[in-house]
Design a binder for this molecule. Structure first.
Ligand code: GDP
Length: 202
């Protein structure tokens, strides 16, 4: 499993506006600063092939990138920006939730969780919402290379990962698949590509 080609297709603000060619897709979402851009660069391996849209405006859209002409990586708006006005935050929630519930070609939501810090309330809420609504989800733990620090609660990434899974367990019939990654060491890169290939071939 390799990404040999990826191209930006479009930005949408409504599920109905997303591409209609029926190709399977994986949506990446996480708190701002979770390490999404770094992870995407690591997966794609080409820095020039920017798979994230940091451009103002685009970050609030559903961004479709076609990979190898056969499936999509979808960049969703980050959540948890302290600075965003409350109405805006609600609005993002509304359209990403609509996308999660109604996008028939969505194979799995990749929820990015920072493994270098203890579980955050907003991440637990996001994960439990997906679980309760039976949206297929994969937990992608980021920054797994980071050493424990006093200010981060002094826990190792492995401990934070276990704790997070424990805290969301009740919201899932079966525990969601999970992968430990790092955009710095490329840990988890091959595992993610393999996981996506396996899910596409179901
Ligand atoms: P985004 O806002 O989710 O796209 O996050 P970025 O990819 O821009 O990363 C946010 C910050 O975390 C930056 O300072 C990165 O250097 C750092 N970062 C991202 N991924 C990793 C990682 O895997 N390991 C470490 N140690 N730092 C990371």
């Amino acid at each position: 499993a390799q990404i040999v080609q990826a191209e930006f297709i479009k930005s949408s603000v409504r599920t109905e506006d997303c591409p209609s060619d029926g190709l399977p897709e994986f949506a990446l979402v996480g708190r701002s600063n979770v390490g999404k851009s770094s992870l995407l660069n690591s997966i794609v391996r080409r820095k020039k092939l920017a798979l994230t849209s940091k451009k103002p405006g685009k970050t609030q859209c559903i961004n479709h990138f076609k990979v190898n002409d056969s499936w999509y990586l979808v960049d969703l708006p980050g959540y948890g920006y302290a600075s965003a006005p409350r109405e805006l935050r609600t609005d993002w929630n509304k359209f990403t939730k609509d996308y999660f519930l109604n996008r028939s070609t969505l194979v799995s939501v990749f929820l990015l969780i920072d493994a270098s810090i203890p579980a955050k309330k907003i991440d637990l809420e996001y994960a439990s919402w997906l679980g309760q609504n039976q949206v297929p989800m994969t937990l992608i733990f980021t920054k797994c290379d980071k050493r424990k620090k006093k200010k981060n609660g002094g826990k190792r990434p492995e401990e934070n990962v276990n704790e997070f899974q424990e805290l969301i367990r009740d919201f899932f019939q079966t525990a969601p698949p999970w992968i430990m990654t790092s955009g710095v060491t490329n840990q988890g890169r091959d595992e993610m590509l393999l996981h996506m290939a396996q899910l596409r071939n179901y």
